[in-house]
Design a protein. Structure first.
Length: 132
């Protein structure tokens, strides 16, 4: 999986590689997502990872924090050299009490050297479809 993500970054000339745009998962289940970040800047990239909930099955904003849907080092600042790539594994765990349906989120890579809102280095839309 790591090699596939690296190949996607390099051959696709992408800043980020995210495994799927549609993740189907049952309530109470979990799976590991392998994501890649490629530094296309001329200097080292200091970055953080963030997941932003956009809308749930009812169209309203939802929370992914209590309990947390994504397990990774949330406050960790990673460094990747210019023209190099970084691979991270993130666990997606769906709480049993959430409603079934489609949840729209963004996967964000934030440049820690820039202030918001100019700090989004790259972003990918995706859906988590919670079953039954």
């Amino acid at each position: 999986v790591r090699q596939k993500v690296l190949d996607d970054l390099v051959t696709g000339d992408k800043k980020i590689s995210f495994p799927k745009t549609d993740i189907a998962i049952d309530k109470g289940d979990s799976q590991v997502l392998t994501v890649g970040v490629r530094n296309k800047k001329d200097n080292p990239l200091h970055y953080k990872i963030r997941f932003t909930p956009i809308s749930g099955p009812d169209g309203a904003v939802f929370t992914i924090d209590n309990p947390s849907w994504f397990q990774f080092a949330k406050d960790q600042v990673y460094t990747v050299s210019s023209a190099d790539s970084d691979i991270r594994n993130i666990r997606l765990s769906i709480p049993t009490r959430v409603n079934a349906g489609s949840y729209f989120l963004t996967f964000d890579v934030l440049d820690d050297d820039l202030p918001p809102p100019d700090n989004v280095y790259a972003q990918k839309d995706f859906f988590v479809v919670v079953r039954g």
